[in-house]
Ligand binder design. Sequence first.
Ligand SMILES: Nc1ncnc2c1ncn2[C@@H]1O[C@H](COP(=O)(O)OP(=O)(O)OP(=O)(O)O)[C@@H](O)[C@H]1O
Length: 409
Amino acid sequence: MPSFRKQTDIIENDMVLGEDWVPEDLPEREAELSQMYEALSPATRGFTPDNMFLYGKAGQGKTAATRYALNDLQLFFEDEMDEDLTPVYVSCNELTSSYQVTGQLLVELDEDITERPNGHAPDILYSRLFGHLDEIGGTIVIVFDEIDAIGDDDQILYQIPRAHSNGKLEEAKVSFVGISNDFSFRDNLSPKVKDTLYDYVIDFPSYDSQQLRDILKRRAEIALADDVLDDGVIELCSAYAAKDEGSARQAINHLYKASKMAQTDGDHVVTTDHVETAHDILKRNHVMEGIRGLTPQNKYVLTAVTLLEVREETPARTGEVYPVYREIAESVGSEPLVQRRMRDHLQELSLHGQIALTSQSGGVKGGTYYVAELNTGLEATITVLSEIDEAMHEVAEDIRAIADMKGML
Ligand SMILES: Nc1ncnc2c1ncn2[C@@H]1O[C@H](COP(=O)(O)OP(=O)(O)OP(=O)(O)O)[C@@H](O)[C@H]1O
């Protein structure tokens, strides 16, 4: 049973290590910020700022830079301008159409609207949106995070820049910042949207290990007590993040988790051992999140590959995975797919990173074929599979028993 015990004072400010903290300084993003300031600068002369798209992998400071620039512009407006600057942040995650994004914008702008409107004609929704924006007035910058979720349904990116000339907006000067991890999104916009946008496209290249170290040092100075980090802690957190995607979020999470562990253990110093353990936990959480998001069929196919793994029968060909998958699907009361469809699921799992598919040539008939093996931690995978439901729990625990017996865990 857990119990409370006296903790040491390693972390002085948890919020500084949290996701919403906006850093006071982003020296690694000076070049990107200066392009962003250029795009926003028309606002300081009373004109509509230019639209922009920010691209880069996860944790590269796109959101932090946007908040930083807009906070700064807001201060400028307070001191120098007769009108307000209003930033509006919308997460487009899971919003797959311009209609849904417009609905979400209405929810953000109007406190009386608690649910995204549904069933109205798009024009009505746009009129309501522009009516609200005009009521707010001044300069408004809408930040669309994960804008690529809308796919090719990109009307909203046409509506905003054209709203004045189409007579839909009278007062407010509105532009947007689109944030995305998908580099091809801007190129794949419809020609109508591309023609309308006067935009900046700003790339955020991935941080290297040295940059991640600098980011961590600055963060540790504000968040942690003095002299609580052992030699090598910052370096190890940065190295783990750099080895993956160079995400500052990942580096900060390693430091935060390791510091929390040291603190709850009653230690006075964070050591590289704490970082190693933090890394294992974060990696495991990541595996778990990935598996939880899979469809049931994907999970059965993954279970089959996991069983083959503990039987030491991987890498396995599709034809070898299939009977195992079939038996698992049937044992949990699900209709098995035909082999060809199951192969599609193997491919999906390989795209998501849970299994590795390697092509091999030769075989009886010649040509190439694929072999599959597990690409995630065995124990974490079995644990998540066992949490799906009662039937899967039994299957997964049988797999765990074999792995245990063979000393694989
Ligand atoms: N140059 C930097 N200096 C200090 N902190 C940074 C820097 N870059 C990123 N961070 C921090 O890293 C974390 C992730 O950054 P942010 O959310 O801006 O990434 P992002 O590129 O928007 O990622 P995503 O696409 O996943 O949303 C935040 O806590 C942010 O404050």
